[in-house]
Each structure stands twice: as C-alpha cells, then as structure tokens.
Design a protein. Sequence first.
Length: 207
Amino acid sequence: MCAISFSTKGNAQIYAETLHPDADFGIKVGANFQQIVGSPFIPAYNTGFAGGLFWGKNWDKIGFHIEALVNNGSYNTEHPVSYGLFHEKGTDSTNKGKFSALYLSIPVLAEIKLKKKIFFEIGPQYNYMLSFTDNNGAYTKEFKNDKILKSGEVCIDLGINANLPYGFNLGFRYVKGLTNVNNSTYYRANDAWQINDAQILLSYKIR
C-alpha cells in the first residue's frame, strides 16, 4: 500500500513539472554593432552597447523569452551636406553628418533546441527611440528636422545561443530592420533607410 502511494506521488510530481516548466529571469549585457543602409549614410557597423533584462520559459525542445534591452547606435554620412545630392545654394557646411541614438528594444523570441545546450532563436522586435543627437548639427540644419529618424521600428531577430555553466548563456543575434526609418523633411533625402544590428550578448540567469 505504501509502495503504491509513493509511486503515484512520484508520477504526479513528474507530470506537474512537465506541465509547468521553470521560468527564467536574468540580465543581459553585450556589444551592439549597428548600421543604417541608405544614402547618404556609410553602411558600416559601428560599435555600441546593449543591456537589460529577460524573462522566459523553456520546455525540453522549445521555449520562449521576452527581453527589454537598452542599446545605442551611431551613424556617419559619406559626404558633407554640400556634396552632390545634398548641395543647395547657400549651403556652406563642409561637415559630414555624425549622429547617435539610444533605443529601448523589446524582442519576443521563440527558442528551438538544436543540440543539448545550443538553441536557435527567432521572433519579432520593436524598437522605440529614447533619444537622438545630431552631433555636429550639419545635416539637421539642412533637413529642417531635428529628428530625421522615426521613433518606432519593427524588426525580425535571428540568433543562436549556448548555455554555459553557472547560469551563464552566450548568444549571437542578427536584427534585420523592416521599417523605413527615414523621417527627413529634406526633399532630396528620399531613400528608404533601414537599421540593422549584430549583437553579442552574455546572459546570467538569476533564477
């Protein structure tokens, strides 16, 4: 009688743990390499930072997690305002554009186990611009707009990450911008601008 009771209790515990996977909560920090594709910007990946919090659940083969990350980007133009496409009578600036921006990013990612400790991740991300700075003022003056980038952006994330000992996780992620972020009112800046990121992130699971 006692043996039967013990077996039933053990099976119930295993079944409950299967239905209610452990929730993970922790912090992420790393490097953010960001570019803007579209004239007049140089399509180079400039180095910034990324960091924030994550929460998620994992089953045996799949899982999901939500993050709140703050990251920054910097962008440079290929030519001064007075060059070629942006030349206007009366323009005397010889400065190239130098911009920086700070974002709050919210990715919602599904995870698929590839091997024992290696996962593929995919999902949408929304970026909200917290601040934008034209570092030398050259292009803002000609664009007639102090915020030439749209404040909201939708992206798609693709990445791979690996569980490490002691609650750490190391991941690489590519973030492809889907939104035309060109908010310029300068009539010659009519290209579509898209922001892409490559990120290396180290996570630590608090629980």
